[in-house]
Design a protein around this ligand. Structure first.
Ligand code: 6R9
Length: 654
């Protein structure tokens, strides 16, 4: 075993070959970074030209971070269309080039190669179908689809007609889906009959049917046929995509959108309340997604790029669809899971499609590492050039395995730190510019000014070898603009704790060399297998059960998932703990939110540690969940200190 400290001490410089190939080397990085922060207007004014504008912008940046009047505008007087940037402008030069390689769940089913010309036709047809269903510029469309090409058609079709999409991950339950449809007042849900994943099928259409019972009866449902496993059908509400696509016209004119018109809403978890609808707009988002995709992964024309995320998360938005397609790349879309039919699937897909850039999550790396090297070694991975990770901190052990066994020591690893809110990469080493350190996100991307603040005083901590909360000074084009329907919540969440900065919710360390290490969330957000979850959401699902009086949820270290979900549950007076009830509560949470929120541990708690004013002391609950009883800190302010002893004595076995 390597200790974290030993592993950390290592530095991995890029090979001469990597440096020679790279878009950006060390010198260019420094020069461009300085230019980007010294004169952001000039820098982003130039780089905004990497995409096509219908009406070119004359204004670049108009930003105010003052709490109470937060405003973020980029390229505000320019107009463009995102789908035209991802499709039409490539048709002359790349019409016959593969835009999307689709690899289905079952390796025995054939992969599809969809050219830019075909993707353009498919998108136009989907756009025409949506228009025929009454969708207009500014309307919201919820996408609840498996990882099939139609998910990309749907996103691009919305962008084409100026509708705002909101993708709901196919692993979410009907209740979670209904909340999001209602939250953004969507006109249409696009779904499929079933979603095959890892050999199992999720009944998406049935879930949508269940969700629609809780939505306005004007909401329509467009159904894509994936497996043919169709159940119910309501005429007048349900629309058959496959049938309509046969009739739909191959061309739909792209709508002229303002740079600041919303492109999509994506619900994400915060530390309080229900998930919030993060709003990204058109111009700045696309510039930022495209530029980071090209530079972070060192993507070159003709490369095959694969991001294993789901389009239900922001990573899928920016780095499966928008960034790569804006760059005219070939992007691989995978329907399955890393371990089906066995633990070599990822590597077989890399070999089969000769993948050059591979981007995945630490949780997948840890799970595959545990299966043994033979699954990797039997595949030819010689095409790989850049490896990436995203979603959570990567432990040095997993980093080293990724580097040695997958990358054979020749592929730089880009550990990309960013968030749903940031639209694109914020900190990452660049392949040809930086040496890497296992577990460090290293350096800010162009235009990004990270600052480390003292969590209490909010004062900026300068110098190296320091730790605190991570905030960002000034804006970048990919930044979220608001919370859908609740600008006040936007300001309160991100701009009120540390005035004048964007607050990330993460802690971080700047080491002696000035490189950045993300230390994890400092709020009540937990990160389970790279999926972001608010402990408040799980708590409110638990207390919605008739047997539960009170619940407190915390994260605890989990070998594969990064963090697991630990629930303390106080039952109603008339209910007794039992194994059946435990199972029932677990199923309950899965039904309320989805399988990703399934509790790992439920501990019966006759009482919860509270202050005299009734606040639950989560710090203590976290320590107990971590099996760390020695550092509980001061418990004297508790209303009833004896509850802590009880919780320790009865700490659940995991
Ligand atoms: C893109 C994405 C954001 C939160 C973020 C942080 C964690 C993401 C990370 C990382 C350490 C990395 N996170 N990337 N932590 N190193 N490379 O994951 O967005 O789902 O919104 O999650 O994930 O805690 O604040 P999102």
């Amino acid at each position: 075993m390597t200790t974290a400290a030993q592993a950390e001490a290592k530095v991995f410089p890029p090979s001469a070959e990597t440096v020679a190939r790279a878009h950006v080397d060390a010198e260019k990085y420094t020069q461009m970074y300085e230019a980007s922060v010294n004169d952001p207007v000039k820098f982003w004014g130039e780089h905004g030209k990497r995409i096509d504008w219908i009406k070119p912008y004359t204004q670049v940046k108009d930003v105010n971070y003052d709490f109470g009047s937060v405003k973020i505008n980029w390229y505000a007087d320019g107009t463009l269309n995102v789908s035209a940037n991802c499709l039409d402008r490539h048709l002359k030069t790349r019409g016959d080039q593969t835009a999307i390689i689709w690899e289905p769940d079952d390796p025995n089913d054939e992969a599809q190669h969809i050219t830019y010309a075909e993707l353009h036709r498919r998108t136009c047809r989907m756009a025409n179908i949506l228009e025929s269903m009454g969708v207009r510029k500014g309307d919201r469309v919820v996408i609840y689809l498996p990882m099939i090409p139609e998910a990309a058609y749907a996103m691009l079709a919305c962008a084409r007609i100026g509708a705002i999409h909101s993708i709901v991950f196919a692993g979410f339950s009907p209740d979670a889906l209904a909340a999001r449809v209602n939250g953004c007042d969507a006109k249409v849900i696009i779904t499929a009959d079933e979603a095959p994943r890892g050999g199992r099928k999720t009944p998406l259409k049935s879930n949508a049917d269940a969700a629609l019972l809780h939505c306005k009866d004007t909401v329509k449902c467009l159904v894509v046929k994936r497996t043919g496993g169709q159940t119910t059908w309501i005429d007048g509400r349900d629309y058959d995509y496959n049938e309509m696509a046969l009739e739909a016209d191959d061309y739909c004119a792209p709508a002229e959108m303002n740079a600041e018109d919303p492109l999509f809403i994506l619900y994400t978890s915060g530390s309080t309340g229900q998930p919030k609808g993060v709003v990204h707009t058109t111009g700045g988002y696309l510039v930022y997604a495209a530029m980071t995709h090209e530079i972070t992964f060192d993507y070159h024309d003709g490369d095959i790029y694969w991001c294993t995320a789901d389009v239900g998360w922001v990573t899928g938005h920016s780095y499966i669809v928008y960034g790569p397609l804006a760059n005219g790349a070939t992007t691989l879309m995978f329907e399955g899971v890393p371990t089906y039919p066995d633990a070599s699937r990822f590597w077989q897909v890399c070999e089969k499609h000769k993948v050059n850039q591979f981007y995945t999550a630490p949780t997948a790396i840890r799970a595959l590492m545990g299966q043994g090297n033979e699954f990797v070694e039997k595949c030819d991975l010689s095409s790989l050039k850049t490896l990436g990770t995203v979603g959570e901190p990567i432990n040095p052990e997993a980093w080293n395995w990724y580097n040695d066994v997958v990358g054979k020591g020749k592929c730089p690893i880009v550990d990309t730190w960013w968030q749903t809110e940031t639209g694109g990469h914020m900190m990452t080493p660049l392949p040809g510019a930086h040496a890497t350190k296992p577990g460090s996100a290293m350096k800010p991307f162009f235009g990004v000014q990270p600052v480390v603040l003292d969590p209490q005083s909010g004062v900026e901590i300068t110098g190296n070898g320091v730790e605190g909360v991570l905030c960002i000074k000034d804006s970048w084009p990919g930044q979220m603009r608001t919370v859908w329907g609740d600008h006040e919540r936007f300001e309160k969440t991100y701009f009120s704790d540390y005035k004048g900065y964007y607050f990330t919710g993460d802690g971080c360390r700047r080491d002696e060399d000035g490189d950045y290490w993300i230390t994890g969330r400092v709020d009540d957000v937990i990160n389970v297998s790279g999926h972001r979850m608010g402990t408040a959401e799980v708590e409110s699902a638990l207390v919605a059960h008739a047997a539960v009086a009170e619940a407190a949820v915390v994260g605890y270290p989990h070998e594969i998932k990064g963090q697991g979900i630990y629930c303390y549950v106080t039952l109603m007076n008339d209910r007794e703990p039992s194994d059946e009830l435990l199972k029932e509560l677990r199923t309950w949470v899965r039904t309320e939110i989805g399988p990703i929120a399934s509790p790992d541990v439920i501990q019966w708690a006759p009482g919860l540690p509270k202050t005299r004013s009734g606040k639950i002391m989560r710090r203590i609950l976290r320590k107990i969940a971590e099996n760390d009883f020695g550092s509980l800190g001061d418990t004297s302010t508790l209303a009833d200190p004896s509850v802590v002893e009880d919780l320790i004595a009865n700490r659940a076995n995991k």
